[in-house]
Design a protein around this ligand. Structure first.
Ligand code: GDP
Ligand code: MN
Length: 377
């Protein structure tokens, strides 16, 4: 789950990372009131879950509350990379001398959290990585020892910070690491980490991605979920306990088990089709879950056929068959469907489907070929 900049920075602040003391507004009048309270020049920043807002015109300075109101009026409702701006962050404007980059991600290869620091902040770090990778220093952190101050100071030296900034940088680095670990994040990033006119450091931008699988132990963070964080389908899937990823093919897939779902997608490709989604209904799915899954699959207008591939272990094939019929009674559709049911109660399951005149298949190959043919019309 991604957090908005203002949320990430508030959390960073709780871990001792210096952040601007701004606030978030949903109307121009609110933005003006925040600017009034702050006094002086403010920066109005669109809150959308994409990077490069600056270049897209979603970040502007305002010299007075009246200007803040006007600027916020222009930014609110703006479209940035397909996302509508519903909130703006109003921060005191910073006197930036230099923009650094500081980030941490989970590196699966080294099985460590890796800290990355660069003197080339502000711009896309991907650009720096592509053209001048030597300007990004990386440090894999030992999970037992944590991030030590001397290591953080070493990074600071490596990116060319002067002596008086080594301590403050190390403190920010360790604060961000504690924040990353404490929140069960998979990414925490400050870009830019600005060196201000008075020589102090401040996190002007904040990005955080939280590990969805750990959200159950962070009710406060889970409650921060933004409505734009996921599509309506992804939301529906999450609330129904389904793993769903939308893809751009034309064959909807409903499968129990992640591995079987991957295999089903592969075999659809093998027979010349393309999967419209990954969907794992999980073990032991009951009729209502199957119905929810079918509703989600069919809400995608690209879907020209649906393939069900159910291996009944804990999941009972008769339950799934009933779920399909419940769903079809509710959703009127002409999209052709092919069902492969094997395992626990498969005979009962197939009988239920046969009564409803639904196409079934004996093997996965046969089911995939039928689905590909059906999608072609
Ligand atoms: P992003 O483009 O979505 O990554 O948004 P950022 O928050 O990183 O802002 C982009 C750029 O706007 C930064 O790199 C800064 O150059 C500039 N910026 C952000 N906040 C301020 C500020 O308070 N004062 C000034 N002068 N520039 C700012
Ligand atoms: Mn940024």
């Amino acid at each position: 789950m991604k957090l908005q900049e203002y949320q990430a920075k508030r959390i960073f602040g709780q871990y001792g990372v210096p952040v601007p003391q701004g606030d978030v507004a949903t109307t121009p009048a609110e933005a003006a009131a925040i600017a009034e309270r702050i006094g002086g020049t403010v920066v109005i920043k669109s809150q959308v879950l994409v990077g490069g807002r600056g270049k897209a015109g979603g970040i502007k300075l305002a010299k007075s509350p009246a200007e803040a109101e006007a600027v916020a009026g222009r930014i609110l409702g703006m479209d940035i990379k397909g996302l509508k701006v519903k909130k703006v962050l109003v921060d005191p404007a910073a006197d930036i001398r230099k923009e650094l980059y500081l980030g941490m991600v989970l590196d699966r290869g080294s099985r460590r959290v890796v800290v990355m620091a660069s003197s080339e902040g502000g711009v896309d770090i991907e650009e720096v990585a592509a053209h001048t990778p030597e300007k990004i220093l990386t440090l894999p952190v030992d999970p037992c020892l944590g991030l030590k101050e001397y290591q953080a100071r070493d990074l600071a030296l490596g990116i060319g910070l002067p002596k008086e900034q080594l301590g403050p940088f190390a403190k920010i680095c360790q604060g961000l690491y504690d924040c990353y670990m404490g929140c069960d994040a998979s990414l925490a990033e400050i870009n830019p980490l600005a060196v201000l006119g008075d020589g102090t450091l401040k996190a002007l931008d904040g990005k955080m991605v939280l590990d969805d699988s750990a959200l159950f132990r962070h009710a406060d963070l889970a409650a921060m979920r933004d409505e734009d964080e996921e599509t309506p389908e992804e939301r529906d899937a999450r609330l129904n306990g389904l793993s769903y990823v939308k893809l751009d093919g034309e064959i909807g897939c409903m499968v129990n088990g992640a591995g079987l779902a991957m295999a089903s997608m592969d075999i659809i490709k093998f027979y010349g089709g393309a999967p419209a989604n990954f969907l794992d209904i999980g073990g032991g799915a009951k009729a209502d879950k199957v119905a929810a899954a079918l509703r989600i699959i069919l809400s995608d207008p690209n879907v020209k056929a649906v393939l069900f591939n159910i291996f009944g272990g804990i999941t009972r094939c008769d339950e799934v068959a009933r779920g399909i019929l419940v769903a079809l009674a509710e959703i009127k559709t002409t999209v052709p469907m092919v069902v492969r049911l094997v395992g626990t109660n498969d005979v009962e399951g197939r009988a239920i489907l046969a009564q409803a005149k639904m196409a079934t298949a004996e093997t996965l190959s046969e089911a995939a070929q039928k689905a590909v043919a059906a999608a072609r019309g």
